[in-house]
Ligand binder design. Structure first.
Ligand SMILES: [Zn+2]
Ligand SMILES: [Zn+2]
Length: 134
């Protein structure tokens, strides 16, 4: 028996567009695989599913308002200069990928419908220097 610190994903919560307030757990951001934005990853405060939201760098039609302002103004760099404060101002939606019961056909995201703000964002897999180099 292994005790896991994470709350298991509640697959049975019904879909509800619910404001979950501020998520307590930390969210981790990293550059998206194609370098065109960032992916903010964490656990949904309502269903506890793993959710990752990709925030694109000012591409037309992505609907990334707000965040776009600082992303589009940032010149391309190996490590994106992410304004963590902007990520905490943005509202995030559950994209756990599990079609919760009562999921409407026109739901913007496949998840439980919760939305929240994040209090803490941490940089994820930034190229960490080797600890014992030599
Ligand atoms: Zn959820
Ligand atoms: Zn879920």
């Amino acid at each position: 028996m292994t005790e896991r610190p994470a709350t298991p994903h509640d697959l049975h919560s019904e879909y509800a567009e619910q404001d979950a307030g501020e998520a307590a757990g930390p969210f981790v951001w990293r550059a998206s695989p194609d370098g065109q934005g960032v992916v903010l990853e964490g656990n949904c405060p309502r269903c506890h599913g793993r959710t990752a939201t990709e925030i694109r760098r000012g591409l037309p039609g992505t609907g990334a308002k707000g965040i776009r302002d600082w992303l589009s103004g940032t010149p391309p760099r190996p490590a994106p200069a992410v304004d963590a404060a902007a990520l905490t101002r943005e509202r995030h939606f559950c994209e756990c990928g599990h079609p919760h019961p009562q999921l409407p056909a026109d739901a913007p995201f496949v998840g439980c419908g919760a939305s929240w703000r994040v209090a803490v964002v941490l940089p994820g897999d930034v190229d960490e220097p080797p600890v014992n180099a030599g």
